[in-house]
Structures are given as structure tokens and as C-alpha cells.
Design a protein around this ligand. Structure first.
Ligand SMILES: [Zn+2]
Length: 509
């Protein structure tokens, strides 16, 4: 079993080896969504890459225990010029209240009390799990039976309070003049190692989750919040430092260590998140966990997915390019195509989502699905000997080389290209079918809804091809015209030329 992976902590590609003495079991913690809104495709790019890493490790022969949290508390917004940071659950409550007034509340959210952060979190948790399962996120599917695999921090408040107590005891944290508890970054010389910062460079507070008045009470501007006494806060709990709420970073330290690191002194193998989690979130997780455990490492490998832009632009609510899974499905894309489109670009490169790209990916997935069906029905014939089985080795090698997904897709596509469909049904080549399904499973598209809905995505593409063919015919370019006709046939579309132009119909499969 050989698996190479880039480690943000060491800034290089390393040979992956788990802590497990038998070398099989891998413990993996992923920072999940903050459930105060529907997840968008930028969020999903990170979650799906974590899932792809998991599946690639499983393909290599590892057994992965994967935990992904759903943040339902303590996650404050970034303070803006003059605007204080506030709890995301309160932001969500206000948004729901406005939607209620204007009558734009989603039908299934009708009975949520916008003043009840617990109900809001429950609602968005359910929505996230639905989306995640549609996209084949294994941990979300497993969580139906084992909810502890997708923990929520509001159920770990006692453990967080205990961790804060330990950090104070070990002199890694202190109660400041404002009554809040802060982590003392100067007590942890490694602070900044993950993000490539040094304590001296850190002029700004970690994440700026506290306002100016609170900055002044800290020993160092980078000291970050562990417990905030606040009797006005909607979600609050009793603690030795007064009624209040925990700092955001605590939850991941506590849940990762208690769910995955019990037998290893709190140390886990893998930890993932989006690029923007590196600092301050993951840096703070490391400082807290290692200070409490006394271990030199928290996670041994850190995996971060870079940003997603949409049609070349940064995603933002104002430009309306904050696409959700539901948006893309409404446009006719299948979950399998959406998943593949969001993971096709290597995780360490910024990715640009485009509708053209999604259409191309949909065609790729459609081709794989057709071969899957044809092989199962015994009506596919290959030019070479067992091309899919032969491709499996290259596919596996590519994925285990720091998730070279383009290489893996290339190997699969070349093998699929070696097949023709439509000959009379013969024997089912089980070996080939198994190889294809192994590869589709590793890419996460096996068992997902793979067919494009008969929505606009598909139809726009068909219409485009039909008019391109009409143009070719006008230009008497018969070769192009025939090529497009064949391409449409492959997509399951038959065309008919008549006196009033060309019409098309879907071929029942
Ligand atoms: Zn986290």
C-alpha cells in the first residue's frame, strides 16, 4: 500500500502511513459546514475532495474512520468595517424572519421560529445531510446509522469546558480583564507553523472574532477566544467563567480527539478543511490540542482544498453565483456530474466552475453510465483484451499519487473509449464490469443519480448541437453534420430532418 499526499504542515509531499500498528486503520477528521444556510458548491468542493481522499485511501486498501462536524454554535461572522462580529445563527434567524415577512421562505421551513437558533440549526443540518447524501458523501450516508460520525458541537459543550479548564491549569490560557478566557499564543512556540506565520508577525487577532475593546485586554494580539461570558447571547451555557459560549476553534479539537484520538493521546492521522481554514482555525486547533495533550502533533497530515470561483468570479450572494446543489439540479445536472465537476480539478489548484464544464462532465458521466448498463446487459464489445481491468492499475496509481484525479479519469476514459455498444447481447464480462464499478465507486459516482434530468442543461446542449449541425449542412459540410448526428445519438437523441427544419426526440433506453 503506497499513498503519497501533500501535507500542509510540512509543505511537501509525503509517504502516507497511519498511526495504526497494523497499518490499516486511518483516522480522519474534516471540518464540516456551519449550518446557518444552505451549503453552496464552494463548500462542497472541499467536502467532496475530503470524501474523494477517503475513497482513494479505501481503494488503496486502508480502512477509514471519517468524522465530519456540523457547526451549530459559536461561529461568529468576520467583523466588517464598524460592524461587530455576530453569531451566524442570529444572522440566519434574521434572514429567515425577512423571508417569512416577504413570503419567500422555503416551503419546508414554514414552521421554523426565526428566534430559535436550535430549530434553525436542525433545519440546515437536515438540508446539508440531504445534499451530502445525494452527492455520495460516505460519512453522511454512514451517519444515518451512526450520528456520532457527524457530531454537533452543542452536544460537546461539557468537553469544551473541560478543555478550557485544562488549558488554564497548564498556563496555556488565562482569564482576561473582560472575564473572557483566551489562549496564550506565546505559551505555544509552534503557533504559526501550519500557516507559515510567526507569532511576531501576527499583529491581528486570530480571526478577529472579538471587538477592539477586547483586543486591549489580551496579552498578545493573536491570543484567541476560548470562552466568552455573555448573558445576552441566544445560545449560552453555564461554565466556571460565567454563562456564555465557547470559542469556535474548540469544537474541532474536542470532537476530533474524543471521537478519533482516544487511544492515541488525542493524535489523529488526517485533518481536512478548506484553504481558508488553515489560519486561524486549524492553527488554533493545533495550539489547543497539543497544549492540552502534551503531544507534538494533533493531526499528522493536513489536507486543504483550494478555492472555487464561478465563471471566473468570486462567489458572492450579491452576484447571485452562490449556487447550491438544488440550483444545479434544477438546471438539469445530475448529482453524479455535479460531484465529478467539483472534484475534477486537483484539490491544490483553484478551480473554476462553469456551466460549459458541467455540461462536458455530464456527457462524460453519461458515457460511463451507458457502458455500465451495456456491460451489465452483455451488449458491449471491446477492441482490446479487458481494457477496463488493464486501466485499473493506472487509475489506482494516479489516485494514490496525491489524488491525481485527472490521471485517474484519463485512464478510465481511455478504457471506456475502447468499447462499442449495441452488438447483440452476449456474455456479461464480469471482470470488466467489476473494474468499471471499482473506478466509478472511487470517483464517487457509482450509485448516484447519474442521468441528467430532462431540464435546461441537457436541452440547451442538444439545441446547440442541432443548430451547429444545421449550419454545417447549410455549408454542405457533411462530415461535421454526420459527426454531430452521431454525437447526439450517443447522448440518446435522435434527429429528423423535415421540410420545416430539424426536430429531435429522446430515444427510450
Ligand atoms: Zn474545524
Amino acid at each position: 500500500m503506497s499513498f503519497r499526499l501533500y501535507n500542509t504542515l510540512t509543505h511537501g509531499i509525503e509517504q502516507f502511513t497511519p498511526l495504526d500498528a497494523a497499518g490499516r486503520r486511518v483516522t480522519f477528521y474534516s471540518c464540516g459546514p456551519t449550518v446557518y444556510d444552505f451549503a453552496h458548491i464552494g463548500n462542497f468542493r472541499s467536502f467532496l475532495n475530503a470524501d474523494l481522499l477517503r475513497k482513494a485511501l479505501e481503494l488503496t486498501g486502508y480502512e477509514v474512520v471519517h468524522v465530519m462536524n456540523m457547526t451549530d454554535v459559536g461561529h461568529m461572522t468576520e467583523p466588517d468595517a464598524g460592524v461587530e462580529a455576530e453569531d451566524r445563527m442570529e444572522v440566519a434567524g434574521r434572514r429567515l424572519l425577512e423571508a417569512k415577512k416577504s413570503g419567500t421562505l422555503p416551503a419546508d421551513a414554514g414552521d421554523i421560529d426565526p428566534g430559535d437558533p436550535w430549530a434553525i440549526a436542525d433545519y440546515y443540518c437536515r438540508a446539508f445531510l440531504d445534499d451530502a447524501r445525494r452527492l455520495g458523501l460516505t460519512v453522511a450516508i454512514e451517519a444515518a446509522e451512526r450520528p456520532d460520525l457527524m457530531p454537533r458541537p452543542t452536544r460537546y459543550i461539557d468537553e469544551m469546558i473541560e478543555l478550557v479548564g485544562t488549558l488554564i491549569e497548564k498556563r496555556s490560557a488565562y482569564v482576561a480583564g473582560d472575564g473572557a478566557v483566551y489562549f496564550d499564543v506565546r505559551s505555544f512556540p509552534d503557533y504559526g507553523r501550519l500557516s507559515g506565520n510567526s507569532i511576531d508577525q501576527l499583529r491581528e487577532a486570530a480571526g478577529g472574532r472579538i471587538d477592539e475593546a477586547h483586543q486591549a485586554v489580551k496579552k498578545h494580539p493573536a491570543d484567541f477566544l476560548l470562552w466568552k461570558p455573555d448573558r445576552q447571547h441566544t445560545m449560552r451555557w453555564p461554565s466556571p467563567w460565567g454563562e456564555g459560549y465557547p470559542g469556535w476553534h474548540l469544537e474541532c479539537s474536542v470532537m476530533a480527539s474524543s471521537l478519533l484520538g482516544r487511544e492515541t493521546g488525542g493524535v489523529i492521522d488526517l485533518h481536512s478543511g478548506g484553504e481558508d481554514n488553515i489560519f486561524p482555525h486549524h492553527e488554533c486547533e493545533i495550539a489547543q490540542t497539543c497544549s492540552a495533550s502534551g503531544e507534538p502533533l494533533f493531526a499528522r497530515y493536513w489536507f486543504h482544498t483550494r478555492h472555487l470561483t464561478v465563471e471566473g468570479a468570486k462567489m458572492s450572494k450579491s452576484t447571485g453565483n452562490f449556487h447550491t446543489l438544488a440550483d444545479l439540479m434544477d438546471r438539469g445536472a445530475s448529482p453524479a456530474a455535479i460531484r465529478l465537476e467539483l472534484t475534477r480539478t486537483h484539490y491544490r489548484s483553484n478551480a473554476n466552475f462553469t456551466f460549459q464544464g458541467l455540461r462536458d462532465t455530464q456527457r462524460l458521466v453519461d458515457r460511463w453510465s451507458r457502458l455500465d448498463e451495456a456491460l451489465g446487459a452483455g451488449c458491449a464489445r471491446s477492441t482490446g483484451t479487458a481494457p477496463l481491468h488493464a486501466a485499473l492499475g493506472e487509475f489506482r496509481t494516479a489516485l494514490s499519487d496525491d489524488l491525481n484525479v485527472a490521471g485517474a479519469i484519463g485512464a478510465l476514459s481511455r478504457a471506456v473509449g475502447g468499447y462499442t455498444i449495441d452488438n447483440p447481447a452476449g456474455e456479461v464480462p464480469q471482470n470488466e464490469l467489476d473494474a468499471l464499478r471499482t473506478m466509478l465507486k472511487a470517483l464517487g459516482v457509482l450509485g448516484l443519480d447519474r442521468a441528467a434530468a430532462s431540464g435546461t442543461l441537457d436541452e440547451t446542449l442538444i439545441e446547440t448541437r442541432v443548430s451547429e449541425r444545421a449550419a454545417a449542412r447549410t455549408a454542405r459540410d457533411w462530415a461535421t453534420s454526420d459527426r454531430i448526428r452521431d454525437e447526439l445519438l450517443l447522448m440518446g437523441v435522435a434527429i429528423k430532418d423535415g421540410p420545416d427544419g430539424t426536430t429531435w426526440t429522446r430515444i427510450a433506453r
